[in-house]
Design a protein. Structure first.
Length: 210
């Protein structure tokens, strides 16, 4: 049986090719690991906010104070606006309209101001969308202007220092959304607000100057 003799050069070429291939695979593997690490870090990078959580079971009409809530950091994304932020402060101004169980976030929809005892809540549509800086608990001034095609309508102050109780979006049925707000106005200003609604006046809310 005749054995084939391998040329020394051929062996070196094959070994060199194998070494180059190994280096290439290592480089590719390192690149993949680096990419995976980058995507993992970018996916976990998020902005957290500090919210208030009930430290015990809270019943309806309970005042929100330091002794019955605690702070918790969380990333709630677009749902964050539904809950009471710790940096908003002024806990002693809120009480619950619905019970909240221990460990649960405090929903803004279940909060009401203690001022409500001295004012009346009215729901109305606004002629312009509120900025994101105005939310439940903000104090606003209401202005109104009558809709007229024949004469110029001069805007007038409808209610000063009204408190926003809630802000809701609803579909007009024409592919557009409109805001409805619930505001707490003084007893002396209820009549003016109701008249503006009855006349279908355009009502806007701006941050209160008081």
């Amino acid at each position: 049986m005749r054995l084939l003799k391998r040329k020394p050069g051929a062996v070196r070429v094959r070994r060199g090719f194998a070494a180059t291939r190994s280096k290439t695979l290592i480089v590719v593997a390192l690149a993949l690991l680096a990419s995976a690490a980058w995507f993992a870090n970018s996916g976990t990078t998020s902005t957290t906010s500090t919210y208030y959580v009930a430290s015990r079971d809270l019943t309806k009409a309970t005042a929100i104070v330091d002794t019955n809530v605690q702070q918790m950091e969380a990333n709630l994304g677009t749902s964050g606006g539904r809950y009471l932020l710790a940096d908003e402060g002024q806990l002693d101004k809120w009480f619950l309209t619905e019970p909240v169980a221990s460990g649960e976030l405090i929903p803004i929809s279940s909060l009401a101001s203690k001022k409500e005892e001295d004012c009346s809540a009215i729901i109305l549509s606004l002629g312009s969308t509120l900025p994101n800086t105005l939310r439940a608990g903000s104090v606003v001034d209401l202005w109104a202007a009558q809709q007229s095609l024949t004469v110029d309508s001069i805007p007038y102050e409808l209610a000063l220092g009204a408190e926003l109780l809630s802000v809701r979006e609803y579909d007009t049925g024409m592919g557009e959304s409109q805001q409805k707000v619930e505001v707490c106005v003084s007893a002396a200003e209820v009549r003016s607000v109701v008249e503006a609604i009855a006349k279908q006046s355009t009502v806007v809310a701006v941050r209160s100057r008081t």
